[in-house]
Design a protein around this ligand. Structure first.
Ligand code: FES
Ligand SMILES: [Fe+2]
Length: 447
């Protein structure tokens, strides 16, 4: 684990305390029934951007609406669970619980990546419940900090059934008297999986359109970072006392650089210059141009052999991609931002209307990890990633408290919050059984 600077440690522990308090905070605002909440979202979404208002508070607080999202959004869409570099070798695995589903993401002996249920097909035991089933329990060894490990096979600790890395039942003691029992019928359940640009996605209902098809347009833009060849070099997990959309909206609008990041991001990427591309059915793309004076300074620095962005600049990027940062949201909750030297990916695990788990990660090309000054770069950039995320954690935690309170109002949106409005239009479209821009005209780009 990288040692954090003292001030960052102090801020992290203050944040953890605030999270603990917020998780037990009260709902004082009455919550309307589901049909009224859906109608309120539809009515926001049908306003033009110039008239846009904020999303109704119940979208962030209603248990009923959250359950609607689970069934109609999360189970039907692709959810990103890992990056290929987190499980590089056969036998490497990563555990996570997604929407109540205990999952293993594992690389098999054939090098294929699979997402399997951790629920034992015998009596339903989670074969590796959190904090159990790694070291000292069976054959798997823990590795790293993010519920990763390495194993030859999986062992259910309850009655010692064992499974191959592809989920097939390998052995089960004392089952010879069970009439008609066939091992092939009793494996760990696989979920539909697709790898896109190195990111591993899962689809619970098995019906989603192939991702590569849906994202062909994004591929020509985001593809320039070659995230499939990158390595996750920093990962940090956060327990978040807020709705998943609070985070997605916060990530995707840069209006809040003016307040939350006034000293960190605003001087580099002023809110006023940020803009959104046109509405699309599967993703949102925002541009955050760097201040011109800084670009000139950084170009000079680079010519002199320096690394203006912290890590070496990715030389294959088009020139304009070295002059800005970019944000992408693949609906509903894949978040990434790109810089000229890295990709930052946030893994979002919704856990209820008021809670989610977040993994913040950073990815760089392999060549960066081989740079002689990489250890120092890593320490510095880890601090940076945590420091500015803490600024967002503070805001998001306080927003969720606001959404639960009697004082919550539906405010107005700035044009710089187009992503919040696009999110409303996505939710409303899913409510109509459609996709953004398919049964209504798509909104134009801001430039
Ligand atoms: S529940 Fe897994 S072996 Fe019995
Ligand atoms: Fe932020």
């Amino acid at each position: 684990m990288i040692a954090l600077a003292e001030d960052t440690e102090a801020k992290v522990s203050a944040c953890e305390n605030a999270v603990g308090q917020s998780l037990t905070s009260q709902q004082s605002r009455p919550i309307r029934p589901l049909p009224e909440v859906m109608e309120a979202i539809e009515s926001c979404a049908s306003l033009p951007l110039e008239d846009a208002v904020t999303t109704p508070p119940e979208a962030y607080t209603s248990e009923e609406y959250y359950q609607w999202e689970v069934t109609n959004i999360f189970h039907r869409e692709w959810q990103c669970v890992a990056h290929v570099s987190q499980i590089p070798k056969p036998g490497d695995f990563l555990n996570l619980d997604l929407l109540g589903e205990p999952l293993i993401v594992v690389r098999g002996k054939d090098e294929s990546v699979r997402v399997l249920s951790r629920v034992c097909p015998h009596r339903g035991m989670d074969i590796m419940p959190p904090g159990f089933g790694h070291e000292g329990h069976g054959v798997a060894e823990a590795r790293g900090e993010s519920n990763c490990g390495h194993t030859r096979l999986f062992l259910c600790p309850y009655h010692a059934w064992t499974f191959e890395l592809d989920g097939k039942l390998k052995a089960c003691p004392e089952m010879q008297q069970a009439r008609g029992f066939k091992r092939d019928d009793h494996g760990l359940m696989p979920f539909r999986t697709e790898i896109w640009r190195g990111f591993i996605f899962v689809n619970f209902d098995g019906q989603a359109a192939p991702l590569a098809e849906r994202l062909s347009e994004m591929n020509t833009d985001f593809g320039d970072w070659h995230s499939e060849d990158m390595h996750v070099i920093i990962e940090r997990e956060w327990d978040c006392p807020f709705n998943w959309k609070v985070l997605v909206e916060n990530f995707m609008e840069s209006y809040h650089h003016l307040g939350a990041h006034a000293k960190t991001l605003q001087p580099m990427m002023p809110a006023r210059d940020t803009w959104n591309e046109q509405e699309r059915d599967s993703y949102v793309r925002c541009h955050l141009p760097f201040k011109e004076a800084l670009v000139a300074e950084w170009e000079a620095m680079e010519k002199a052999g320096g690394n203006p962005f912290g890590f070496p600049t990715i030389q294959s990027l088009a020139d304009w991609k070295k002059k800005e940062s970019g944000l992408f949201l693949i609906y509903p909750n894949f978040l990434t931002f790109v810089l000229p030297d890295r990709v930052v990916w946030y893994r979002v695990q919704p856990m209820g209307p008021h809670r989610m788990k977040l993994l913040t990660t950073m990815l760089v090309p392999k060549s960066t990890t081989e740079h002689p000054e990489f250890p120092e770069m890593l320490t510095r950039e880890t601090k940076m990633l945590i420091d500015f995320h803490l600024e967002d954690m503070e805001m998001c935690t306080a927003i969720q408290r606001g959404m639960r309170s009697l004082g919550a109002q539906q405010g107005r949106l700035s044009h710089l919050e187009m992503s919040v409005w696009l999110m409303q239009r996505y939710l409303a479209a899913r409510g109509r059984g459609s996709w953004p821009g398919q049964d209504r005209p798509a909104a134009p780009a801001q430039r």
